[in-house]
Ligand binder design. Sequence first.
Ligand SMILES: *[C@@H]1O[C@H](CO)[C@@H](O)[C@H](O)[C@H]1NC(C)=O
Ligand SMILES: *[C@@H]1O[C@H](CO)[C@@H](O)[C@H](O)[C@H]1NC(C)=O
Length: 366
Amino acid sequence: MDSSYSTGGWMILSLILALATVSPQAEARAFFVFGDSLVDSGNNDFLVTTARADSPPYGIDYPTHRPTGRFSNGLNIPDIISESMGAEPTLPYLSPLLTGERLLVGANFASAGIGILNDTGIQFLNIIRIWKQLEYFQQYQTRVSGLLGPAQTQQLVNQALVLITLGGNDFVNNYYLVPFSARSRQFSLPDYVRYVISEYRKVLMRLYELGGRRVLVTGTGPMGCVPAELAMRSRAGECAVELQRAAALFNPQLVQMINGLNSQIGANIFIPVNTMPMHMDFISDPQAYGFVTSKIACCGQGPYNGVGLCTLFSNLCPNRDIYAFWDPFHPSERANRFVVRQILTGTSKYMPLMNLSTILTLDSKT
Ligand SMILES: *[C@@H]1O[C@H](CO)[C@@H](O)[C@H](O)[C@H]1NC(C)=O
Ligand SMILES: *[C@@H]1O[C@H](CO)[C@@H](O)[C@H](O)[C@H]1NC(C)=O
């Protein structure tokens, strides 16, 4: 037997094994995230803006116990989705660490403060509006092409999971930002919702043109029930009526628009996520979910800890796991886990078209 021949065989085998172990990410499905502060994993830390979560106690329960730019005490919704797919969290697109193999995990383009409309969030100065996020997605694909070539890049993008979370700020930080806002003088609420939905349709169509083929699209949560709105608009702790009305108009029209897009394209590209009941479950019965309250934020000040920002000088609850809201606008990590559980395995009340488990099973067969 020729021993040098078998040594050569072993060398090839160990080379294959080595390649397989250095690039496990290349096996997993890529994940791309677009949207606002509910899904921003730190892009705004690289921008000149007031919408940032870059100082303690943000990140207090993150593995590093340091602020990361996430608007959470710990993980946010995209992190928990990555976790459930067995993947690393996607890095912010603006992070200098997002290079080489890490690009294949995906990227997070989200930026706190933005909305569907270009004029939403102007008070935050320099933020990455949705059309700029989509431009970055195109730039990302050019960068990955340099590593994998265009055909494999397109495959990576087509097979990826995408999450887009937009719309809340078009109400909270635009239409209802101040009394007699420019948009509220221009549009009645129902007309405004129709306009925002028609603009959102263009965004989703562009995402499809850029290669997105499995896109989770979240509706708005109960905007009127967040501690900030309770502090500003509520007398006895009841959810603010106008913002709840906005969500009640927006969400069904979003699902309708998505159904229209899917049938125009002829495939289930866009997957609606009915965030409203996902949140209302623990907001209406916090104790059933192990929360002591769904009205008072863990970190903040004033009524409901809902006034101003969460900073080192704020009230801070000792156990973040028993609060549904971390800060005046954003759920705690534990609340985010309840939301992601429904995205993964929820019935049609939560996931009207199909849940993420079903998507993962379907896509693993093709
Ligand atoms: C929003 O901005 C994008 C990019 O700058 C532009 O293409 C789009 O037309 C704008 N939308 C509206 C409604 O002005
Ligand atoms: C997901 O959706 C399917 C289809 O609606 C449903 O049968 C299933 O119970 C849901 N949950 C899981 C874990 O798949």
